[in-house]
Design a protein around this ligand. Structure first.
Ligand SMILES: [Zn+2]
Length: 125
């Protein structure tokens, strides 16, 4: 586990985010999304044109990530990349406490996803 990392505080933060997500999902309100992190902001901006349904999708996905992070805290393998088993890194975990992958693996998986969604477009060459 990453040295000097305040796991208790991260857990409290994750539980707090979780509460917010649960209440947002329960309310089905797409206009009052709390900004929890940069990653959330990017999702918000990218989807600002078709908020309603997609917003619920991203909230549900976010909730799953938060739940999984809490599970990993309990199991004692929090902060370890699910792809390469390396430490995710203090800086990244501070910015994105529910991160599952180190930055390198995350970028790789986003590239794959971007390619997949591009090829799903009707006019893709
Ligand atoms: Zn990795």
């Amino acid at each position: 586990m990453t040295q000097g990392f305040n796991l208790k505080r991260v857990e409290a933060e994750l539980r707090d985010v979780r509460r917010q997500l649960v209440s947002l999902l329960g309310l089905r309100e797409e206009t009052k999304v709390e900004r929890t992190a940069d990653e959330m902001d990017q999702i918000q901006e990218a989807e600002s044109r078709e908020l309603a349904a997609r917003n619920l999708d991203s909230l549900a996905r976010q909730l799953r990530l938060v739940d999984e992070a809490l599970d990993r805290i309990e199991e004692g393998d929090y902060g370890i990349c699910v792809e390469c088993d390396e430490e995710i890194g203090l800086k990244r975990l501070t910015a994105v406490p529910w991160a599952q992958r180190c930055l390198r693996c995350q970028e790789a998986s986003e590239r794959i996803e971007a390619r997949r969604s591009r090829s799903a477009l009707p006019n893709a060459a």
